[in-house]
Write a protein that binds this ligand. Structure first.
Ligand SMILES: [Zn+2]
Length: 71
């Protein structure tokens, strides 16, 4: 599976300056979409709800880590 480390300059509250932030961003491959599709069918849509909730939470938190203080 393709794992991409994203990098972005962001304001860190802890360092009180703009530092390099990074996060792991696993790219959705066709294979993963197929797994999601199968699991959605198997769990009668429950899986899809879980994935949506998980994606929303992940987007909200962002998953960004400061490269200097790791927060
Ligand atoms: Zn920091």
């Amino acid at each position: 599976m393709a794992k991409v480390i994203e990098e972005q300059l962001k304001q860190c509250k802890k360092c009180e300056k703009t530092t390099k932030h990074y996060r792991n961003n696993s790219q959705s491959s066709g294979f993963m979409l197929l797994i999601h599709l199968v699991l959605t069918v198997v769990t009668v849509g429950i899986w899809l709800i879980l994935v949506i909730v998980w994606k929303l939470l992940n987007t909200k938190i962002g998953g960004w880590r400061c490269s200097e203080c790791s927060s």
